[in-house]
Design a protein around this ligand. Structure first.
Ligand code: CAA
Length: 287
């Protein structure tokens, strides 16, 4: 399987990341089979994608005909069996190793032998995920960044047993999706999160140490360090539960105190303050 053989892309899990990846795939002209556990969640994702494509039309960056052609490439399903025709599948489900193992084992029995299986995990080991299948050479990481349609990077992660062909196919598909891929090995946090997670945790500790408000901390890092958005707004965007989970996963593997999530953000997660997706985190969101 080379990138030019890839015609149909599967996306499993249509939360913020999965729907963003599905949007990239249809905009790049791939027939896309997108799977969610319920039809309702699938339709919510389709609505989100249609909304962002419409915003592009409104701003003159996309023709109405191109929007319609892209949306026509998207088929929703609740059945993993419908991914049988996929040449490359990107998994973007919940960050639980057991759930990913079950999905990859199921996928292995459904897609054909040459198809590439990619995980969008942000903090789990791609090698451990690949251990669920008898053909680990076709498993790679394709780690997109939030929001996937806007952030240029995709990390292409080589797990211990990934084949050169699978890594190269994922890299080239990443390019065709309009991204700037980089190649790296399967180490905790890969490249960006290895640096960003402890950095964000330092920022959150400064909230209490310097007794600065979230608004002022965000102003400090945008106006004083040139960040495109402040750390509190960024953690709200990523999801407070996602950030806590990634911090815990990295801490478990590296045992560096800076990786551990600060108690303040663990308390926010436990209280259901998850950021944008729950309507409230460091900030309150109306949309
Ligand atoms: N999906 C698709 N399109 C989107 C979108 C989304 N989630 N969010 C916004 N857009 C579109 C919208 O149409 C929007 O225009 P309208 O508001 O007019 O509809 C358009 O993009 C532009 O949006 P913004 O005006 O908000 O764009 P901006 O210029 O302010 O940039 C940003 C936004 C790219 C998010 C920028 O603030 C940025 O780079 N922030 C940093 C983000 C970052 O660091 N992400 C990485 C997080 S870490 C991670 O993801 C790793 C992990 O494993 C958890």
């Amino acid at each position: 399987m080379t990138a030019s053989d890839v015609r149909v892309i599967g996306v499993v899990g249509l939360g913020g990341m999965g729907s963003g990846i599905a949007q990239l795939a249809i905009e790049a002209g791939y027939e896309t089979v997108a799977r969610e556990v319920t039809g309702e969640l699938g339709e919510t994702a389709r609505g989100r994608i249609a909304h962002y494509l419409q915003r592009k039309v409104d701003k003159g960056r996309l023709e109405a005909g191109e929007r319609d052609a892209a949306l026509a490439l998207l088929s929703l399903t609740t059945s993993v069996g419908d991914l049988a025709t996929c040449d490359l599948v990107v998994e973007a489900i919940t960050e639980e190793l057991d759930s990913k193992h079950a999905l990859f084992a199921e996928l292995e029995g459904i897609v054909r032998a040459e198809a590439v299986l990619a995980t969008n995990t942000s903090a789990l080991s791609v090698t451990e995920i690949a251990a669920a299948v008898s053909t680990p050479e076709r498993v790679v990481g394709m780690h997109f960044f939030n929001p996937a349609p806007l952030m240029p990077l995709v990390e292409i992660i080589r797990a211990e047993l990934s084949s050169d062909a699978a890594v190269e196919t994922a890299y080239q598909v990443g390019e065709r999706l309009g991204k700037r891929p980089i190649r790296c090995h399967d180490t905790p946090g890969f490249v960006v999160n290895r640096v960003l997670i402890p950095l964000l945790n330092d920022c959150l500790r400064v909230l209490d140490e310097a007794r600065v408000s979230p608004e002022d901390l965000d102003t400090a890092m945008t106006a004083g360090a040139g960040w495109p958005m402040g750390p509190c707004a960024l953690v709200d965007l990523v999801g407070i539960d996602v950030h806590v989970h990634a911090s815990e996963a990295l801490y478990e593997k590296l045992r560096e105190p800076r990786m551990a999530p600060p108690p303040r953000i663990v308390a926010m997660k436990n209280a259901g303050l998850l950021g944008r997706k729950s309507g409230r985190g460091f900030y309150v969101y109306d949309d």
